[in-house]
Design a protein around this ligand. Structure first.
Ligand code: UDP
Ligand code: MG
Length: 310
């Protein structure tokens, strides 16, 4: 049985793969491991390099996506095929140090289920570092989590962890959040960080918004995944109540005092509130039904794999 599975998402990283493979091999000497390169639809020679390594080194396995599905999908595909008892994720771009894997494993042995790297001395652009700082602060504030740097790819998981997360969009940044919510014990260790050696970063400013929207959905899911109606129901009821109250008052005014309603903006407000309120209630019902279907129907993936070299 393999002890460690190293999952490496790679999108146009042709210059980095061989160097990373060499460093991983050095850092993992004496251990039982496999390296899963997930080629995320690269248009350069990444796949060729991975396939060559697969022929030369029995530890290397390759998963090829049909097109670029993103880092989250690449992690998910790696997790689903990993055979190790512990799964390590690491960037292909040489920004992480494979020698830090030992630190992660030591921390796991202290009784953690997931250990996340914390890039204390981050070597990314100043813009990226600052937005990341804010995003991490926002996440910690709203979830009460203690993990400082959930965007660091260098992480270690016990197998049960990765069997228990669903990854969509760019939600790989929130795996520790999801795991803590599910009751897993999540820790962190300080790790080294280096500037990107070759190639370009795959993320621009849009990652801030994507991260925010992913977080909103995750937070909603954490609070209301089994009963969305508990959130939407009260909102719907409050809106309907105030709409009906205003509508009742206007009706009273019309019947008993003969007031004209044609020039009353309040009438519009009453109608708006009642319609919105009822909509919220209906959304709540639909979401509750969707959630039931979701929990029953759980075999599909949204990405498409072309080839797997075991
Ligand atoms: N990556 C990927 N698919 C993508 C984008 C990125 O597999 O669509 C990989 C990329 O090859 C790298 C890792 O994810 O190994 C992190 O990407 P990057 O270094 O560009 O992110 P940054 O470090 O700049 O946040
Ligand atoms: Mg990088």
């Amino acid at each position: 049985m393999t002890d460690l599975s190293i999952v490496v998402p790679a999108y146009n990283e042709q210059e980095n793969i061989s160097v990373l493979h060499h460093r991983l091999t050095e850092a993992l000497r004496g251990k039982s491991y496999e390296i899963l390169f997930v080629d995320d639809g690269s248009t350069d020679k990444t796949l060729e390099v991975c396939e060559k390594l697969h022929c030369e080194d029995k530890h290397v396995k390759v998963i090829q996506f049909r097109r670029n599905f993103g880092q989250t999908a690449a992690f998910d595909a790696g997790f689903k095929r990993a055979q190790g008892k512990v799964i390590i994720t690491i960037d292909a771009d040489l920004q992480n140090d494979p020698h830090d894997i030992d630190l992660l494993l030591k921390k796991l042995d202290e009784g953690y289920d997931c250990v996340s790297g914390w890039r204390i001395n981050r070597k990314d652009s100043i813009g990226k570092t600052i937005t990341s700082l804010f995003a991490n602060g926002f996440r910690k504030l709203l979830t009460g989590e203690k993990i400082h740097d959930s965007g660091c790819s260098l992480k270690a998981y016990r197998k049960e962890c990765v069997e228990n997360v669903d990854l969509y969009g760019e939600t790989h940044r929130f795996i520790p959040t999801i795991l803590s919510w599910k009751g897993f014990k999540v820790g962190e260790v300080k790790v080294k960080h280096y500037p990107r050696a070759f190639g370009k970063t795959k993320y621009g400013f849009s990652r801030v918004f994507r991260g925010l929207f992913d977080f909103i959905v995750i937070k909603f899911w954490m609070n209301y995944s089994t009963k969305p109606m508990y959130f939407l129901g009260p909102v719907g009821l409050v809106l309907t109540f105030f709409g009906s109250l205003i509508g009742g008052y206007l009706t009273f005014d019309k019947i008993f005092f003969g007031a004209s309603l044609a020039n009353r903006p309040l009438l519009l407000l009453a109608i708006l509130l009642v319609i919105l309120g009822v909509q919220f209630l209906i959304f709540g019902i639909i979401l509750d039904i969707l959630v039931k279907i979701y929990y029953e129907n759980r075999t599909k993936t949204y990405y498409s794999i072309k080839k797997v070299l075991q």
